[in-house]
Design a protein around this ligand. Structure first.
Ligand code: ADP
Ligand code: MG
Ligand code: ZN
Length: 482
């Protein structure tokens, strides 16, 4: 779609502003719980309601999470200050939002898109506080045709980081990849739950178009209300077409804030775009400067949990041969890489660790995420050592995902007793003695008779022996009998 013909000689230019709520225990400037889905107006206090005389105190964990985000995005993490961004809206009791303006904590980074390796510049990632939540009742759910509005201040003062990309994105597909990778990164470093459906990750898309090859930026529109990756892609596609229609017929794009109408599949003008001076920014007098020294940055960097990029690289490094990078990316995205790595570290062959995880564990991700990686590794080792057949392994895994427990005891409860190699070898030699004709033909090269012996052993053990083990015992006998 983003080829030249697709946009009639115009090139889309996109920059994204991503707001993420930090996964702290308490709010940004007070001790109220930062918790989603509680009864309205229960997590509030004089500070987040802006009652006279209340004063803010910065949440240290929020600052640490903000720094983690900056470091993971290869930003420079710097001393910073808070500003007041003044505007009136009923979901914001102070009538200003505490935000960062010209001295944000993180500047000048980048995020690499995993499929293509394209780097999207990060202009800044700054701290601010969230607003409350307004629900317009009656009419279409928008303020103008509603009969009344309800305000819930539980979200007021929840810590946010706004991550502002440079206008480096060139298609709706790249925008999707950017948000998807960023979402994974935020979860990976423990900074945010980053759930678009709960509003803990919110995206505004700035879109403009220009003649392909031009080095000058066109006039942009900013699209709000994108609450899924699907809406993001649809809204950007719609907006590109709308702007190309305008400029290719000699009209102009008016700089605007537009709303994505999900049901109508279109963007609608909300207001002309405000400028920074409209907000009368000034330094917040109730908060001191955050002096971020280099020791502190180094300590946070040293303890930074691995990014998705590092987690993918880690799995791939454990394979001798090149492996399916799509499969690895999916495993990391699901958070199941911990299982794969634990299994490999316990001695499971990488291919087996990856395929069991991609097939059996991935089919029940939520349950698989609760598995103890050490126990999971022990189960796959039991299979690898021939103590469990593949079918038995899958049955034990299902039981572990149903109700936990150790693989050895589940296997024995299920009657999958570990058949010791020597016991299997004894059984095999007994069966060989009892079937001299078949044994002779097998030794003479009739390979398919292996299945005959496996069948006999299975009958004798009611399926508890591993076929591989039986064949290994046959091979040993054959080598010795020569
Ligand atoms: P504001 O805070 O007013 O929205 P910013 O300067 O912070 O403005 O920019 C917001 C976003 O708009 C950034 O992600 C930036 O990359 C993007 N942007 C700026 N100019 C353009 C443009 N001409 N086309 C597309 N995106 C743009
Ligand atoms: Mg903006
Ligand atoms: Zn509070």
């Amino acid at each position: 779609m983003s080829d030249l013909a697709g946009y009639r000689g115009y090139e889309p230019v996109i920059g994204l502003e991503v707001h993420c709520e930090l996964d702290t225990v308490t709010k940004m400037f007070c001790g109220c719980p930062n918790s989603f889905g509680d009864a309205p107006n229960t997590n509030i206090c004089p500070v987040c309601l802006a009652l006279p005389g209340s004063l803010p105190v910065v949440n240290e964990m929020a600052v640490e999470f903000a720094a983690r985000i900056g470091l993971a995005l290869h930003c420079e993490v710097r001393p910073s200050i808070f500003h007041r961004k003044n505007y009136f809206y009923p979901d914001m009791p102070k009538d200003y939002q505490i935000s960062q303006y010209d001295e944000p904590i993180n500047v000048n980074g980048w995020l690499e898109l995993p499929a293509s390796g394209v780097r999207i510049g990060i202009e800044r990632a700054h701290m601010e506080e969230d607003t409350g939540k307004t629900t317009h009742v009656g009419g279409g759910g928008r303020i103008h045709d509603s009969s009344f509005s309800l305000v819930d201040y539980n979200r007021a003062g929840v810590p946010l980081v706004e991550i502002v990309s440079r206008p480096d994105i060139r298609s709706s597909e790249q925008a999707r990849q950017y948000v998807s990778e960023l979402r994974m990164l935020l979860v990976s470093i423990g900074a945010s739950k980053a759930r678009m459906e709960e509003g803990s990750l919110r995206v505004d898309a700035n879109v403009s178009v220009r003649p392909t090859g031009s080095g000058v930026l066109g006039t942009r529109c900013e699209i709000k209300n994108l609450n899924s990756l699907r809406s993001l892609v649809r809204a950007i596609e719609y907006e590109i077409e709308r702007q190309v229609d305008l400029v290719s017929t000699g009209q102009v794009v008016v700089q605007q804030t537009r709303h994505w109408d999900e049901a109508g599949g279109r963007t609608i003008a909300l207001r002309s775009k405000e400028e920074a001076h409209d907000y009368r920014y000034f330094p917040e007098p109730d908060l001191v400067r955050l002096d971020f020294d280099s020791d502190r940055v180094a300590r946070i960097a040293g303890a930074l949990p691995p990014t998705p990029e590092q987690r993918r690289a880690r799995i791939i490094s454990l394979f001798d041969a090149p492996t399916g990078t799509d499969l690895v990316a999916t495993i990391v995205e699901m958070g199941l890489d911990v299982l794969v790595i634990s299994a490999i570290e316990h001695g499971v062959v990488p291919e087996r660790a990856l395929s069991r995880t991609a097939n059996e564990a991935a089919a029940r991700v939520e349950d698989a995420l609760n598995l103890d990686p050490g126990l999971y590794a022990r189960l796959l080792m039991m299979e690898q050592e021939g103590k469990l057949t593949p079918t038995q392994t899958k049955a034990v895994l299902q039981a572990m995902m149903d109700s936990g427990g150790e693989p050895e005891s589940i296997a024995s409860t299920m009657g999958f007793e570990a058949m010791d190699s020597e016991v299997v070898a004894d059984l095999v030699s007994g069966i060989v003695d009892a079937n001299p004709d078949e044994w002779q033909r097998y030794r003479d090269g009739e390979g398919k008779l292996a299945q005959f012996f496996v069948g006999q052993v299975m009958k004798a053990t009611r399926g508890k022996a591993s076929g591989k083990e039986v064949i290994a015992a046959l091979d040993r006998l054959k080598a010795g009998a020569k």
